[in-house]
Design a protein. Sequence first.
Length: 329
Amino acid sequence: MSGTVVVGLDVGGTSTRATALTLTGERLGTGRAGGGNPTSHGAERAAVELSTALREALRAVDPTRVRAGAVGLAGAGRLRADPAGRAAFDRAWSDAGLRCPYAVHSDALVGYASGTAAPDGTILIAGTGAIAAQVCDLRLDRIADGHGWLLGDAGSGFWLGREAVRALLADLDTGTAPGPFGRRLLGELTGTTGVAARPRDTVDAVVQAVTRRPPVELARFAPLVVDAAVAGDPVAAGLLRRAATHLVDSAARVRPTDAATPLVLGGGLLTGHTPLGAAVRAEAGRRWPHAPVHPAGDGAAAAAWLAARTLPGVTDPVALHALLVPSTG
């Protein structure tokens, strides 16, 4: 097994990352390409990005050494059910010189595995959208939210942006002068921080600015909410507290009340010592005081580990996880 190589890919809407690892944890190559989510980009385009990242990761690797591989992506079930899409991925795999099998996993499962080797636990992800999933024996069991911006994604980046605009509109409706955060948001939306002589004109301008663009683009205001909360704005801080409650509530739909299994936090709003991540950790600590909370880490390495643990010579997958997946603290 000393010469064995495994390959993992983390395929997202904005980027595709690949890594080639030995079973001792040596990183032989990495690759990066554009967004490869077949749901948002189409299977053919996604396969092109997968091929680019894969070839870069294998540039200095003999592909015959690769014994197993795995791909993590959103909409994995849809790809598995789409013969043409799976065929496009198969071609990208074989064109890279790979003859071993590969598995397709949900990005939620790969995110979970990037934070822990425990077979059972929960993953909570908050980025533009939000989703929670219970993991049993390293398989997705039950899922909560992930319903999209129109029906759910409570506590997500979209939710924060929408609620911030709603708070601004409520101030304008009641004649309350917007505070510093409201004025900044008003400037982003209308180009001016002042309120018109007829406040309803400003309300109309805000509504028109929002409705002229795709609704999901409200997520672009999430960083403004976070920055304002850090600066001490009470409205923004309140939004973060509400978002944290919504996210933990989603996890609680699928997670037992007395759970002591790991909770992994993923997505840009919850990883990297973010204020929302801290709020979610605090709320999760109250709900599940005996459960460890881990940040999600390197998804491509986690996918490689999921592939490696299926090999017949691997007898200690937990020890292998420590070698292949960088610790995120």
